[in-house]
Design a protein around this ligand. Structure first.
Ligand SMILES: NC(=O)c1ccc[n+]([C@@H]2O[C@H](COP(=O)([O-])OP(=O)(O)OC[C@H]3O[C@@H](n4cnc5c(N)ncnc54)[C@H](OP(=O)(O)O)[C@@H]3O)[C@@H](O)[C@H]2O)c1
Length: 325
């Protein structure tokens, strides 16, 4: 079948490891389902995979793509439109599957969604809301799910409080802005260029700032995916007793912790990763009820996936990059 995959790990030149070609058709284990992929979105995780981060060397070649939407390819529900939940855990573990130490995301152990077909455990598909297109639904399983958990499970924010989103144009950032605005937060955003800050305003930000700019007042919660480049600003921007929710470190993983500020200001630093099946169901319902649609900056044929990877590597994002079949 057609697939976009990582041939081997390449830490320094990730795009050199990218292949657009053919991979064997998947087998469907008992209790799993095959999904004919209609759309899948690009995440920074796919660039990490090309670099060999978070994946064992023996797992290559690996089809990329952590999320997607498509149509069930067999069984009694064949033809049903579905959204994928990409956290694959032990079926016997109940409760929060993101806390299962043996859980993996698609593309870490199991093949991903940038292909004609993907196979996942039956519990990892959810019905696609009719109001979301395949391209929109494809954004939900990773970036949007991560934003939803950061905001509604981890931050303790209430409507009317102020949130700061570090980064304006990324997949997670644009989701945080749209979800935060719809939920009644005062949404502040930093962005690296005027164009990116304008995008945040269009998506619902109440105020935007240059990266590192001093804010008019400290905020109730900061949302971090950037890491080293913005960490100091995040620590200074949270009010006493405030929360910093962290789900990524694009610019580097080793920010100085600023421990004195951490205890003196009684800050809470909370890590967050992906989300549960239940949270994905809540996200899909929220988007449906509130009429929220993901910001898609580029929609490309999957055969042109390399162009999307180049855009993300260069930081030229304007929301999600989606590949369609
Ligand atoms: N833990 C999880 O489950 C999870 C899930 C999804 C993503 N993540 C992580 O979250 C991060 C973002 O992922 P994504 O898919 O949203 O990536 P993306 O679409 O490429 O977005 C990158 C974002 O980072 C900002 N940025 C990058 N370098 C920066 C710098 N030097 N200074 C300031 N801002 C910078 C950009 O801000 P501008 O708009 O200002 O350019 C943009 O908002 C990645 O590290 C990813 O691995 C984690």
């Amino acid at each position: 079948m057609f697939a976009v995959y990582a041939a081997e790990p390449n830490p320094d030149k990730p795009l050199d490891a990218l292949r657009v070609g053919e991979r064997p058709d998947p087998e469907v284990p008992d209790g799993w389902v095959a999904v004919s992929v209609r759309a899948a979105s690009l995440n920074m995780h796919d660039l990490w995979t090309l670099r060999g981060v978070g994946i064992k060397p023996e797992q290559f070649p690996m089809i990329l793509g952590c999320d997607g939407a498509g149509v069930l390819a067999g069984g009694s529900d064949a033809g049903s439109e579905v959204v994928l939940h990409s956290v694959v855990g032990d079926a016997s573990v109940h409760g929060d599957e993101t806390l299962d130490p043996r859980r993996t995301l698609l593309t870490e152990k199991h093949q991903g969604t940038f292909a004609d077909m993907v196979v996942v455990p039956a519990r990892n598909v959810l019905p696609k809301p009719a109001g979301l297109s395949f391209a929109e639904a494809a954004c939900m399983g990773t970036a949007w799910l991560t934003a939803y958990r950061m905001l509604f499970t981890q931050s303790n924010l209430r409507p009317g409080q102020t949130m700061l989103v570090q980064g304006a144009s990324g997949g997670v950032s644009t989701a945080l802005v749209a979800l935060g605005r719809a939920a009644g937060m005062r949404v502040w955003v930093t962005g690296r260029s005027e164009e990116k800050r304008e995008l945040a305003t269009r998506l619902g930000a109440h105020q935007t700032f240059e990266s590192g700019e001093r804010l008019p007042e400290r905020v109730d919660a900061v949302f971090e995916t950037v890491g080293k480049a913005t960490w100091k600003h995040s620590m200074r921007s949270a009010k006493p007793g405030g929360t910093i929710v962290v789900s990524g470190s694009t610019s580097g993983p080793d920010p100085s912790a600023d421990l004195q500020r951490l205890f003196f200001m009684q800050l809470r630093v909370v890590g967050s990763t992906m989300g549960t099946r239940e949270e994905l169901a809540g996200l899909l319902r929220f988007c449906d009820i509130a009429g929220i649609r993901p910001q898609i900056g580029a929609e490309l044929a999957m055969t042109d996936a390399a162009d999307g990877f180049k855009q993300m590597l260069a930081g030229e994002t304007a929301g999600k990059i989606v590949f369609t079949r």
